[in-house]
Structure formats: structure tokens, C-alpha cells
Design a protein around this ligand. Structure first.
Ligand SMILES: [Zn+2]
Length: 113
């Protein structure tokens, strides 16, 4: 199974007053963009759980949002194929100032590669 993922860098959201916490080039999160499923069992299973990727590029599933229980998966338990994660896009959060009724700061994703 191949998971195509997007890496989100802190970018402008890095707190410059605390440079030891996070840097602009540090990873804030890795999100699933697209999954090429290995078999119908895995596809069916993934619809019933939350699929997430850790910053360590580990693939794991959250079974129940009310009672969080998660585990990482290296191989498909049905067909045995290895789970691979490929970063297909890197974005950094770009700061934008919006003035609607009051000034507020938002972060938009800016593609890096
Ligand atoms: Zn499978």
C-alpha cells in the first residue's frame, strides 16, 4: 500500500520568540493526500477508522474518536503488503493578514516543492 502524503512546515507559524521550540523548516504535520490501496480489505477498513501519519512518518489508525486507541501498521494484515509513505508535496504555512471587521491572522499553505 502506498500513501501519498503532504508535509506541512511551520513556516510563518514558528514562534520566533522561542526559537528552541520550533523552526520554520520543522515539520508541523504530515497529512494523507491519496492512498493507493493494496487490497479491498484495507480500503474497507480505512473507511471505518481515522488514518493519520506521525511526524516520524509512521502510519497509524485511530479506531474510535471517543475512546482514542491507535496503533501503527507496517504491513497489511490481510495481504501482507508493506505500507509505504511517500511525501509528494511540501508546503509551508504562510502568514496572511485579513481585515474583515477586525484584523486577524490566518495561515495559508504555500507550496514549497
Ligand atoms: Zn492489503
Amino acid at each position: 500500500m502506498l500513501i501519498k502524503a503532504k508535509k506541512i512546515l511551520y513556516g510563518d507559524r514558528a514562534r520566533k520568540e522561542y526559537p528552541f521550540l520550533e523552526k520554520e523548516q520543522d515539520t508541523l504535520a504530515i497529512e494523507v493526500e491519496h492512498i493507493d490501496y493494496c487490497c479491498p480489505h484495507m480500503e474497507d477498513f480505512s473507511k471505518r477508522v481515522s488514518i493519520e501519519i506521525g511526524k516520524d512518518k509512521k502510519f497509524w489508525v485511530r479506531v474510535d474518536d471517543d475512546y482514542p486507541f491507535s496503533f501503527d501498521i507496517l504491513f497489511c494484515p490481510w495481504c501482507g503488503e508493506q505500507v509505504k509513505i511517500k511525501i509528494v508535496k511540501v508546503v509551508r504555512l504562510k502568514k496572511v493578514e485579513k481585515e474583515v471587521t477586525e484584523k486577524r491572522t490566518e495561515y495559508i499553505e504555500e507550496e514549497v516543492s
